[in-house]
Design a protein around this ligand. Sequence first.
Ligand SMILES: Cc1cc2nc3c(=O)[nH]c(=O)nc-3n(C[C@H](O)[C@H](O)[C@H](O)COP(=O)(O)OP(=O)(O)OC[C@H]3O[C@@H](n4cnc5c(N)ncnc54)[C@H](O)[C@@H]3O)c2cc1C
Ligand SMILES: NC(=O)c1ccc[n+]([C@@H]2O[C@H](COP(=O)([O-])OP(=O)(O)OC[C@H]3O[C@@H](n4cnc5c(N)ncnc54)[C@H](OP(=O)(O)O)[C@@H]3O)[C@@H](O)[C@H]2O)c1
Length: 433
Amino acid sequence: MALRVAVIGSGPAGIYTAEALVKQSGEAVEVDVLERLPTPYGLVRYGVAPDHTSIKSIAGYLRRVLELPQVRFLGGVTLGEHLSVADLLACYDAVVYATGAMVDRRLGIPGEDLPGSVAATDFVNWYCGHPDVDPSRFTLDSSEVAVIGVGNVAVDVVRVLAKTAEELSATDVPHDVLERLGDSQVKAIHMIGRRGPEHAKFTLKELRELGALANADVCVRPDEAVVLGGDFPRQVRGNIEVLQSWASREPAGRPRRLDVRFWLRPVEILGADRVEGLKLERTRLSDEGRVVGTGEYETLPVGMVLRSVGYQSVPLPGVPFSEASMTVPNEAGRVREREYVAGWLKRGPTGVIGTNKSDAAETVRTLLSDLAGAGGGPLASVDALLAERGAHPVTYAEWLAIETAEAELAKTLGRGERVKLVGLEAMLRACRP
Ligand SMILES: Cc1cc2nc3c(=O)[nH]c(=O)nc-3n(C[C@H](O)[C@H](O)[C@H](O)COP(=O)(O)OP(=O)(O)OC[C@H]3O[C@@H](n4cnc5c(N)ncnc54)[C@H](O)[C@@H]3O)c2cc1C
Ligand SMILES: NC(=O)c1ccc[n+]([C@@H]2O[C@H](COP(=O)([O-])OP(=O)(O)OC[C@H]3O[C@@H](n4cnc5c(N)ncnc54)[C@H](OP(=O)(O)O)[C@@H]3O)[C@@H](O)[C@H]2O)c1
Protein backbone atom coordinates (compact mmCIF):
# COMPACT_ATOMS: atom_id res chain seq x y z
CA MET A 1 0.00 0.00 0.00
CA ALA A 2 1.11 3.53 -0.77
CA LEU A 3 2.63 5.89 1.75
CA ARG A 4 0.21 8.82 2.07
CA VAL A 5 1.74 12.25 2.67
CA ALA A 6 0.14 15.68 3.08
CA VAL A 7 2.20 18.69 2.03
CA ILE A 8 0.87 21.96 3.44
CA GLY A 9 1.56 24.87 1.09
CA SER A 10 2.00 24.82 -2.69
CA GLY A 11 4.91 27.24 -3.05
CA PRO A 12 8.22 26.02 -4.48
CA ALA A 13 9.09 24.22 -1.21
CA GLY A 14 5.80 22.31 -1.11
CA ILE A 15 5.88 21.34 -4.77
CA TYR A 16 9.57 20.36 -4.76
CA THR A 17 8.73 18.23 -1.70
CA ALA A 18 5.94 16.49 -3.60
CA GLU A 19 8.31 15.89 -6.52
CA ALA A 20 11.07 14.52 -4.27
CA LEU A 21 8.59 12.20 -2.53
CA VAL A 22 7.57 10.71 -5.86
CA LYS A 23 11.12 10.53 -7.26
CA GLN A 24 13.06 9.49 -4.15
CA SER A 25 10.66 6.89 -2.78
CA GLY A 26 11.33 3.29 -3.76
CA GLU A 27 7.77 2.44 -2.70
CA ALA A 28 4.39 3.69 -3.89
CA VAL A 29 3.55 7.14 -2.57
CA GLU A 30 0.48 9.40 -2.79
CA VAL A 31 0.87 13.09 -2.08
CA ASP A 32 -1.87 15.65 -1.40
CA VAL A 33 -0.71 19.27 -1.68
CA LEU A 34 -3.04 21.36 0.51
CA GLU A 35 -3.06 25.11 -0.15
CA ARG A 36 -5.04 27.88 1.53
CA LEU A 37 -5.53 29.78 -1.77
CA PRO A 38 -7.41 28.45 -4.80
CA THR A 39 -4.15 28.93 -6.75
CA PRO A 40 -0.83 27.08 -6.52
CA TYR A 41 2.85 28.22 -6.66
CA GLY A 42 3.07 30.52 -3.59
CA LEU A 43 5.50 33.38 -4.12
CA VAL A 44 6.15 32.35 -7.72
CA ARG A 45 2.64 33.67 -8.40
CA TYR A 46 2.37 36.22 -5.58
CA GLY A 47 5.95 37.43 -5.03
CA VAL A 48 8.17 37.19 -8.09
CA ALA A 49 7.94 40.56 -9.84
CA PRO A 50 5.44 40.68 -12.72
CA ASP A 51 8.08 41.95 -15.17
CA HIS A 52 10.38 38.99 -14.39
CA THR A 53 8.60 36.70 -16.80
CA SER A 54 11.47 34.27 -17.27
CA ILE A 55 11.59 33.56 -13.51
CA LYS A 56 7.81 33.24 -13.41
CA SER A 57 8.09 30.54 -16.07
CA ILE A 58 9.36 28.23 -13.28
CA ALA A 59 5.62 27.72 -12.76
CA GLY A 60 5.77 25.55 -15.90
CA TYR A 61 8.11 23.15 -14.08
CA LEU A 62 6.02 23.18 -10.90
CA ARG A 63 2.88 22.51 -12.96
CA ARG A 64 4.36 19.24 -14.25
CA VAL A 65 4.77 18.06 -10.65
CA LEU A 66 1.10 18.79 -9.87
CA GLU A 67 0.21 16.78 -12.98
CA LEU A 68 2.02 13.64 -11.77
CA PRO A 69 -0.50 10.84 -11.20
CA GLN A 70 0.73 10.41 -7.61
CA VAL A 71 0.10 14.10 -6.75
CA ARG A 72 -3.19 15.86 -6.01
CA PHE A 73 -3.78 19.62 -5.54
CA LEU A 74 -6.41 20.68 -2.98
CA GLY A 75 -6.80 24.46 -3.06
CA GLY A 76 -8.73 26.57 -0.58
CA VAL A 77 -7.80 24.34 2.36
CA THR A 78 -6.15 26.04 5.34
CA LEU A 79 -4.28 24.27 8.09
CA GLY A 80 -5.68 25.75 11.30
CA GLU A 81 -9.08 26.51 9.75
CA HIS A 82 -10.37 23.49 7.85
CA LEU A 83 -7.98 20.91 9.29
CA SER A 84 -5.92 20.59 12.46
CA VAL A 85 -2.61 18.79 12.93
CA ALA A 86 -4.51 15.92 14.61
CA ASP A 87 -6.81 15.66 11.55
CA LEU A 88 -3.82 15.50 9.24
CA LEU A 89 -2.11 12.82 11.30
CA ALA A 90 -5.35 10.79 11.23
CA CYS A 91 -5.58 11.04 7.43
CA TYR A 92 -1.92 10.70 6.38
CA ASP A 93 1.19 8.71 7.28
CA ALA A 94 3.19 11.95 7.40
CA VAL A 95 2.78 15.72 7.05
CA VAL A 96 5.24 18.25 5.61
CA TYR A 97 4.67 21.90 6.54
CA ALA A 98 5.78 24.30 3.78
CA THR A 99 3.77 27.45 4.45
CA GLY A 100 6.59 29.93 3.78
CA ALA A 101 6.88 33.38 5.38
CA MET A 102 3.87 35.62 4.90
CA VAL A 103 4.37 38.70 7.06
CA ASP A 104 6.84 41.57 7.28
CA ARG A 105 9.59 42.10 9.83
CA ARG A 106 9.02 45.22 11.91
CA LEU A 107 11.35 48.22 12.11
CA GLY A 108 10.34 49.05 15.68
CA ILE A 109 10.49 52.84 15.20
CA PRO A 110 7.92 55.57 15.97
CA GLY A 111 5.44 56.25 13.16
CA GLU A 112 5.69 52.76 11.69
CA ASP A 113 1.89 52.33 11.75
CA LEU A 114 0.96 55.72 10.22
CA PRO A 115 -1.14 55.58 7.06
CA GLY A 116 1.34 55.70 4.20
CA SER A 117 3.85 53.47 5.99
CA VAL A 118 3.51 50.23 4.10
CA ALA A 119 5.03 46.77 4.47
CA ALA A 120 6.63 45.44 1.28
CA THR A 121 4.64 42.24 1.86
CA ASP A 122 1.41 44.23 1.36
CA PHE A 123 2.72 46.26 -1.56
CA VAL A 124 4.03 43.15 -3.33
CA ASN A 125 0.73 41.34 -2.66
CA TRP A 126 -1.06 44.36 -4.14
CA TYR A 127 0.79 44.50 -7.45
CA CYS A 128 0.78 40.68 -7.67
CA GLY A 129 -3.01 40.55 -7.18
CA HIS A 130 -2.97 38.48 -3.96
CA PRO A 131 -6.54 37.95 -2.74
CA ASP A 132 -5.55 39.20 0.76
CA VAL A 133 -5.09 42.77 -0.56
CA ASP A 134 -7.78 44.80 -2.30
CA PRO A 135 -6.69 46.46 -5.59
CA SER A 136 -7.99 49.79 -4.25
CA ARG A 137 -5.66 49.56 -1.23
CA PHE A 138 -2.94 51.88 -2.57
CA THR A 139 -3.04 55.20 -4.39
CA LEU A 140 0.36 56.48 -5.43
CA ASP A 141 -0.41 60.15 -4.73
CA SER A 142 2.93 61.19 -3.17
CA SER A 143 5.67 62.66 -5.31
CA GLU A 144 8.42 61.26 -3.06
CA VAL A 145 8.60 57.73 -1.70
CA ALA A 146 11.21 56.00 0.47
CA VAL A 147 11.95 52.28 0.25
CA ILE A 148 13.81 51.00 3.31
CA GLY A 149 16.17 48.07 2.72
CA VAL A 150 18.57 47.12 -0.04
CA GLY A 151 17.62 43.50 -0.73
CA ASN A 152 16.14 42.02 -3.90
CA VAL A 153 12.56 42.64 -2.75
CA ALA A 154 13.38 46.36 -2.32
CA VAL A 155 14.80 46.33 -5.86
CA ASP A 156 11.57 44.75 -7.19
CA VAL A 157 9.43 47.34 -5.40
CA VAL A 158 11.59 50.22 -6.65
CA ARG A 159 11.45 48.93 -10.23
CA VAL A 160 7.66 48.64 -10.18
CA LEU A 161 7.43 52.20 -8.79
CA ALA A 162 9.88 53.53 -11.39
CA LYS A 163 8.37 51.92 -14.48
CA THR A 164 5.47 53.37 -16.43
CA ALA A 165 2.12 51.59 -16.70
CA GLU A 166 2.90 51.10 -20.42
CA GLU A 167 6.07 49.21 -19.50
CA LEU A 168 4.04 46.92 -17.21
CA SER A 169 1.04 46.53 -19.49
CA ALA A 170 2.13 43.19 -20.96
CA THR A 171 2.58 41.68 -17.47
CA ASP A 172 -0.06 39.90 -15.38
CA VAL A 173 -0.56 42.89 -12.99
CA PRO A 174 -4.30 43.16 -12.18
CA HIS A 175 -5.96 45.75 -14.37
CA ASP A 176 -7.12 48.00 -11.50
CA VAL A 177 -3.58 48.01 -10.15
CA LEU A 178 -2.17 48.86 -13.57
CA GLU A 179 -4.53 51.84 -13.76
CA ARG A 180 -3.38 53.05 -10.35
CA LEU A 181 0.25 52.67 -11.43
CA GLY A 182 -0.68 54.72 -14.51
CA ASP A 183 -2.02 57.50 -12.24
CA SER A 184 1.11 57.45 -10.06
CA GLN A 185 2.40 60.88 -8.95
CA VAL A 186 5.77 59.43 -7.88
CA LYS A 187 8.73 61.47 -9.13
CA ALA A 188 11.47 60.62 -6.63
CA ILE A 189 12.25 57.26 -5.02
CA HIS A 190 14.83 56.94 -2.24
CA MET A 191 16.17 53.45 -1.55
CA ILE A 192 17.83 53.36 1.86
CA GLY A 193 20.62 51.03 3.05
CA ARG A 194 21.63 51.11 6.70
CA ARG A 195 25.13 49.90 5.82
CA GLY A 196 27.46 50.39 2.82
CA PRO A 197 27.42 49.25 -0.83
CA GLU A 198 29.60 46.29 0.13
CA HIS A 199 26.88 45.02 2.52
CA ALA A 200 23.88 45.37 0.21
CA LYS A 201 21.87 42.16 -0.18
CA PHE A 202 20.69 42.73 -3.76
CA THR A 203 22.30 40.66 -6.49
CA LEU A 204 24.25 42.10 -9.42
CA LYS A 205 21.81 41.12 -12.18
CA GLU A 206 18.91 42.75 -10.32
CA LEU A 207 20.97 45.89 -9.54
CA ARG A 208 22.01 46.30 -13.18
CA GLU A 209 18.36 46.26 -14.24
CA LEU A 210 17.82 49.50 -12.29
CA GLY A 211 20.51 51.18 -14.40
CA ALA A 212 18.62 50.17 -17.55
CA LEU A 213 15.30 51.79 -16.52
CA ALA A 214 13.89 53.83 -19.40
CA ASN A 215 11.81 56.11 -17.18
CA ALA A 216 14.15 56.86 -14.27
CA ASP A 217 17.64 58.18 -13.61
CA VAL A 218 19.56 56.26 -10.97
CA CYS A 219 21.76 58.38 -8.74
CA VAL A 220 24.34 57.49 -6.09
CA ARG A 221 26.24 60.04 -4.01
CA PRO A 222 30.00 59.77 -4.58
CA ASP A 223 30.74 59.97 -0.81
CA GLU A 224 28.29 57.11 -0.10
CA ALA A 225 29.76 54.94 -2.87
CA VAL A 226 33.22 54.94 -1.28
CA VAL A 227 34.23 51.50 0.00
CA LEU A 228 37.25 50.94 2.18
CA GLY A 229 39.12 47.66 2.33
CA GLY A 230 38.98 45.24 -0.41
CA ASP A 231 38.85 41.48 -0.72
CA PHE A 232 35.18 41.08 -1.60
CA PRO A 233 33.43 38.17 -3.36
CA ARG A 234 32.80 38.63 -7.10
CA GLN A 235 29.07 39.52 -6.67
CA VAL A 236 29.91 42.23 -4.14
CA ARG A 237 32.74 43.63 -6.29
CA GLY A 238 30.27 43.75 -9.17
CA ASN A 239 27.70 45.65 -7.06
CA ILE A 240 30.36 48.15 -5.93
CA GLU A 241 31.57 48.75 -9.51
CA VAL A 242 28.03 49.37 -10.77
CA LEU A 243 27.18 51.72 -7.89
CA GLN A 244 30.43 53.65 -8.32
CA SER A 245 29.82 54.00 -12.05
CA TRP A 246 26.41 55.54 -11.28
CA ALA A 247 28.03 57.89 -8.77
CA SER A 248 30.20 59.35 -11.50
CA ARG A 249 27.53 60.05 -14.11
CA GLU A 250 25.10 62.92 -14.62
CA PRO A 251 21.30 62.28 -14.57
CA ALA A 252 19.86 62.18 -18.10
CA GLY A 253 16.66 64.07 -17.15
CA ARG A 254 14.24 61.12 -17.19
CA PRO A 255 10.78 61.70 -15.61
CA ARG A 256 11.59 59.82 -12.40
CA ARG A 257 14.66 59.74 -10.21
CA LEU A 258 15.92 56.92 -7.99
CA ASP A 259 18.45 57.78 -5.30
CA VAL A 260 20.23 54.73 -3.89
CA ARG A 261 21.49 55.80 -0.46
CA PHE A 262 23.83 54.13 2.03
CA TRP A 263 24.89 54.47 5.67
CA LEU A 264 21.48 55.79 6.79
CA ARG A 265 19.10 54.14 9.23
CA PRO A 266 15.46 55.04 9.75
CA VAL A 267 14.80 56.44 13.22
CA GLU A 268 11.27 57.86 12.87
CA ILE A 269 8.48 58.03 10.34
CA LEU A 270 7.09 61.56 10.72
CA GLY A 271 3.53 62.85 10.36
CA ALA A 272 0.34 63.59 12.30
CA ASP A 273 -2.38 61.69 10.43
CA ARG A 274 -0.27 60.21 7.65
CA VAL A 275 3.35 59.96 6.57
CA GLU A 276 4.92 63.36 5.97
CA GLY A 277 8.59 62.53 6.22
CA LEU A 278 11.26 60.02 7.13
CA LYS A 279 13.94 60.87 9.66
CA LEU A 280 17.25 59.10 9.04
CA GLU A 281 20.44 58.92 11.06
CA ARG A 282 23.84 58.54 9.45
CA THR A 283 25.55 55.33 10.52
CA ARG A 284 28.95 53.72 10.74
CA LEU A 285 30.19 50.32 11.85
CA SER A 286 31.44 49.95 15.41
CA ASP A 287 34.71 48.13 16.15
CA GLU A 288 32.59 45.00 16.68
CA GLY A 289 31.05 45.45 13.21
CA ARG A 290 27.63 46.60 14.48
CA VAL A 291 25.65 49.44 12.85
CA VAL A 292 25.73 52.47 15.15
CA GLY A 293 24.32 55.98 14.76
CA THR A 294 26.61 58.99 14.44
CA GLY A 295 24.10 61.54 15.81
CA GLU A 296 23.88 63.24 12.38
CA TYR A 297 20.31 63.33 10.98
CA GLU A 298 18.52 64.13 7.74
CA THR A 299 14.82 64.17 6.87
CA LEU A 300 13.33 63.13 3.55
CA PRO A 301 10.02 64.84 2.61
CA VAL A 302 8.30 61.60 1.59
CA GLY A 303 4.56 60.84 1.68
CA MET A 304 5.00 57.07 1.59
CA VAL A 305 7.48 54.72 3.27
CA LEU A 306 7.80 51.16 2.00
CA ARG A 307 9.43 48.92 4.57
CA SER A 308 11.29 46.15 2.72
CA VAL A 309 13.38 44.70 5.53
CA GLY A 310 12.55 41.03 5.12
CA TYR A 311 9.68 38.58 5.49
CA GLN A 312 8.98 36.27 8.42
CA SER A 313 7.03 33.09 9.07
CA VAL A 314 3.96 32.86 11.29
CA PRO A 315 3.35 30.00 13.73
CA LEU A 316 0.93 27.28 12.59
CA PRO A 317 -1.60 26.19 15.22
CA GLY A 318 -0.37 23.05 16.96
CA VAL A 319 3.06 23.09 15.29
CA PRO A 320 6.25 23.87 17.29
CA PHE A 321 7.71 27.33 16.50
CA SER A 322 10.83 29.15 17.66
CA GLU A 323 10.19 32.84 18.36
CA ALA A 324 13.98 33.33 18.30
CA SER A 325 14.54 32.14 14.73
CA MET A 326 10.90 32.54 13.60
CA THR A 327 11.10 29.07 12.03
CA VAL A 328 9.91 25.58 12.92
CA PRO A 329 12.72 23.84 14.85
CA ASN A 330 13.81 20.70 13.00
CA GLU A 331 16.59 18.24 12.43
CA ALA A 332 17.23 17.81 8.71
CA GLY A 333 13.51 18.54 8.19
CA ARG A 334 12.12 16.34 11.03
CA VAL A 335 9.92 18.25 13.50
CA ARG A 336 8.29 15.44 15.50
CA GLU A 337 7.20 11.89 14.75
CA ARG A 338 5.50 11.93 11.30
CA GLU A 339 5.80 15.75 11.05
CA TYR A 340 8.32 17.51 8.78
CA VAL A 341 9.07 21.00 7.45
CA ALA A 342 10.52 22.48 4.26
CA GLY A 343 11.30 25.83 2.61
CA TRP A 344 11.22 29.27 4.22
CA LEU A 345 9.32 27.93 7.23
CA LYS A 346 12.25 25.56 7.83
CA ARG A 347 15.25 27.82 7.23
CA GLY A 348 13.96 31.43 7.24
CA PRO A 349 13.14 33.85 4.42
CA THR A 350 16.34 33.74 2.40
CA GLY A 351 17.40 32.09 -0.81
CA VAL A 352 16.14 31.88 -4.34
CA ILE A 353 13.51 29.50 -5.68
CA GLY A 354 16.07 26.81 -6.55
CA THR A 355 17.38 26.72 -2.95
CA ASN A 356 14.08 25.13 -1.96
CA LYS A 357 14.74 22.13 -4.20
CA SER A 358 17.79 20.80 -2.33
CA ASP A 359 16.13 21.83 0.94
CA ALA A 360 13.02 19.75 0.09
CA ALA A 361 15.20 16.83 -0.98
CA GLU A 362 16.83 16.82 2.48
CA THR A 363 13.45 16.80 4.25
CA VAL A 364 12.20 13.99 2.03
CA ARG A 365 15.36 11.90 2.67
CA THR A 366 14.69 12.19 6.40
CA LEU A 367 10.99 11.39 5.99
CA LEU A 368 11.54 8.34 3.79
CA SER A 369 14.22 6.89 6.03
CA ASP A 370 11.97 7.38 9.12
CA LEU A 371 8.91 5.88 7.46
CA ALA A 372 10.40 3.07 5.34
CA GLY A 373 7.70 0.40 4.98
CA ALA A 374 5.19 2.38 7.09
CA GLY A 375 2.52 2.88 4.40
CA GLY A 376 -0.73 0.96 4.36
CA GLY A 377 -1.96 1.44 7.92
CA PRO A 378 -5.61 2.41 8.53
CA LEU A 379 -6.14 6.10 7.79
CA ALA A 380 -9.19 8.36 7.81
CA SER A 381 -10.35 9.94 4.53
CA VAL A 382 -9.44 13.60 4.16
CA ASP A 383 -12.07 14.01 1.44
CA ALA A 384 -14.82 12.79 3.77
CA LEU A 385 -13.54 14.98 6.60
CA LEU A 386 -13.46 18.11 4.41
CA ALA A 387 -16.92 17.37 3.02
CA GLU A 388 -18.24 16.93 6.57
CA ARG A 389 -16.90 20.41 7.37
CA GLY A 390 -18.44 21.98 4.29
CA ALA A 391 -15.09 22.62 2.61
CA HIS A 392 -14.95 22.07 -1.15
CA PRO A 393 -11.31 22.04 -2.23
CA VAL A 394 -10.40 23.68 -5.52
CA THR A 395 -9.14 20.90 -7.78
CA TYR A 396 -6.26 21.12 -10.21
CA ALA A 397 -8.76 21.16 -13.12
CA GLU A 398 -10.54 24.10 -11.48
CA TRP A 399 -7.23 25.94 -11.11
CA LEU A 400 -6.66 25.42 -14.84
CA ALA A 401 -10.05 27.06 -15.43
CA ILE A 402 -8.86 30.09 -13.42
CA GLU A 403 -5.74 30.21 -15.64
CA THR A 404 -7.89 30.07 -18.76
CA ALA A 405 -10.07 32.93 -17.48
CA GLU A 406 -6.91 34.98 -16.83
CA ALA A 407 -5.69 34.35 -20.39
CA GLU A 408 -9.09 35.36 -21.77
CA LEU A 409 -9.09 38.54 -19.69
CA ALA A 410 -5.66 39.46 -21.06
CA LYS A 411 -6.96 38.97 -24.60
CA THR A 412 -10.04 41.10 -23.95
CA LEU A 413 -7.91 43.89 -22.49
CA GLY A 414 -5.29 43.67 -25.25
CA ARG A 415 -2.57 42.92 -22.70
CA GLY A 416 0.04 40.07 -22.51
CA GLU A 417 -0.52 36.37 -21.90
CA ARG A 418 -2.41 36.68 -18.63
CA VAL A 419 -4.03 39.28 -16.36
CA LYS A 420 -4.62 38.19 -12.77
CA LEU A 421 -8.13 37.80 -11.47
CA VAL A 422 -8.37 39.44 -8.09
CA GLY A 423 -10.36 38.25 -5.12
CA LEU A 424 -11.53 34.80 -4.12
CA GLU A 425 -15.01 35.43 -5.50
CA ALA A 426 -13.78 36.20 -9.01
CA MET A 427 -11.52 33.15 -8.96
CA LEU A 428 -14.29 30.84 -7.78
CA ARG A 429 -16.71 32.30 -10.35
CA ALA A 430 -14.14 31.49 -13.04
CA CYS A 431 -13.73 27.86 -12.01
CA ARG A 432 -17.27 27.10 -10.79
CA PRO A 433 -19.47 29.10 -13.15
C1 LIG B 1 8.66 39.47 -3.17
C2 LIG B 1 9.54 38.27 -3.45
C3 LIG B 1 10.06 38.11 -4.73
C4 LIG B 1 10.88 37.00 -4.98
N1 LIG B 1 11.42 36.89 -6.23
C5 LIG B 1 12.24 35.85 -6.50
C6 LIG B 1 12.84 35.73 -7.78
O1 LIG B 1 12.62 36.57 -8.67
N2 LIG B 1 13.65 34.68 -8.00
C7 LIG B 1 13.91 33.74 -7.04
O2 LIG B 1 14.65 32.77 -7.29
N3 LIG B 1 13.37 33.84 -5.79
C8 LIG B 1 12.55 34.88 -5.51
N4 LIG B 1 12.01 34.99 -4.26
C9 LIG B 1 12.28 33.94 -3.27
C10 LIG B 1 11.30 32.73 -3.46
O3 LIG B 1 10.02 33.23 -3.76
C11 LIG B 1 11.27 31.85 -2.19
O4 LIG B 1 12.55 31.23 -2.07
C12 LIG B 1 10.22 30.75 -2.23
O5 LIG B 1 8.97 31.19 -2.69
C13 LIG B 1 10.01 30.12 -0.83
O6 LIG B 1 9.19 29.00 -1.01
P1 LIG B 1 8.17 28.44 0.09
O7 LIG B 1 7.43 27.36 -0.61
O8 LIG B 1 8.90 28.12 1.33
O9 LIG B 1 7.16 29.64 0.43
P2 LIG B 1 5.98 30.31 -0.42
O10 LIG B 1 6.38 30.49 -1.84
O11 LIG B 1 5.58 31.51 0.34
O12 LIG B 1 4.78 29.24 -0.37
C14 LIG B 1 4.03 28.99 0.81
C15 LIG B 1 2.62 28.57 0.44
O13 LIG B 1 1.92 28.11 1.62
C16 LIG B 1 0.59 28.60 1.60
N5 LIG B 1 0.09 28.62 2.99
C17 LIG B 1 0.43 29.49 3.96
N6 LIG B 1 -0.21 29.19 5.12
C18 LIG B 1 -0.99 28.11 4.86
C19 LIG B 1 -1.87 27.33 5.66
N7 LIG B 1 -2.09 27.60 6.96
N8 LIG B 1 -2.51 26.28 5.09
C20 LIG B 1 -2.31 25.98 3.77
N9 LIG B 1 -1.47 26.70 2.97
C21 LIG B 1 -0.80 27.74 3.51
C22 LIG B 1 0.72 29.97 0.99
O14 LIG B 1 -0.52 30.46 0.49
C23 LIG B 1 1.76 29.71 -0.11
O15 LIG B 1 1.14 29.33 -1.33
C24 LIG B 1 11.18 36.07 -3.97
C25 LIG B 1 10.65 36.26 -2.69
C26 LIG B 1 9.84 37.35 -2.44
C27 LIG B 1 9.31 37.54 -1.05
N1 LIG C 1 15.29 38.31 -8.25
C1 LIG C 1 15.52 37.52 -7.25
O1 LIG C 1 16.27 36.56 -7.34
C2 LIG C 1 14.84 37.79 -5.93
C3 LIG C 1 13.85 38.77 -5.84
C4 LIG C 1 13.26 39.01 -4.60
C5 LIG C 1 13.67 38.28 -3.48
N2 LIG C 1 14.62 37.32 -3.63
C6 LIG C 1 15.14 36.61 -2.44
O2 LIG C 1 14.20 36.59 -1.39
C7 LIG C 1 14.89 36.70 -0.13
C8 LIG C 1 14.26 37.82 0.70
O3 LIG C 1 14.60 39.10 0.15
P1 LIG C 1 14.40 40.46 0.99
O4 LIG C 1 14.83 41.58 0.13
O5 LIG C 1 13.05 40.46 1.58
O6 LIG C 1 15.36 40.27 2.25
P2 LIG C 1 16.95 40.47 2.45
O7 LIG C 1 17.73 40.03 1.27
O8 LIG C 1 17.25 39.83 3.76
O9 LIG C 1 17.15 42.07 2.57
C9 LIG C 1 16.62 42.79 3.64
C10 LIG C 1 17.19 44.20 3.65
O10 LIG C 1 16.58 44.91 4.72
C11 LIG C 1 17.59 45.53 5.52
N3 LIG C 1 17.12 45.66 6.89
C12 LIG C 1 16.77 44.67 7.77
N4 LIG C 1 16.37 45.20 8.94
C13 LIG C 1 16.50 46.55 8.82
C14 LIG C 1 16.24 47.64 9.69
N5 LIG C 1 15.77 47.44 10.93
N6 LIG C 1 16.48 48.90 9.23
C15 LIG C 1 16.95 49.11 7.98
N7 LIG C 1 17.20 48.11 7.11
C16 LIG C 1 16.98 46.85 7.52
C17 LIG C 1 18.77 44.60 5.41
O11 LIG C 1 19.95 45.27 5.79
P3 LIG C 1 21.12 44.50 6.61
O12 LIG C 1 21.84 43.67 5.58
O13 LIG C 1 21.92 45.60 7.17
O14 LIG C 1 20.42 43.64 7.65
C18 LIG C 1 18.69 44.27 3.90
O15 LIG C 1 19.23 45.31 3.14
C19 LIG C 1 16.34 36.93 -0.45
O16 LIG C 1 17.07 35.73 -0.36
C20 LIG C 1 16.31 37.42 -1.88
O17 LIG C 1 17.49 37.19 -2.61
C21 LIG C 1 15.22 37.07 -4.82
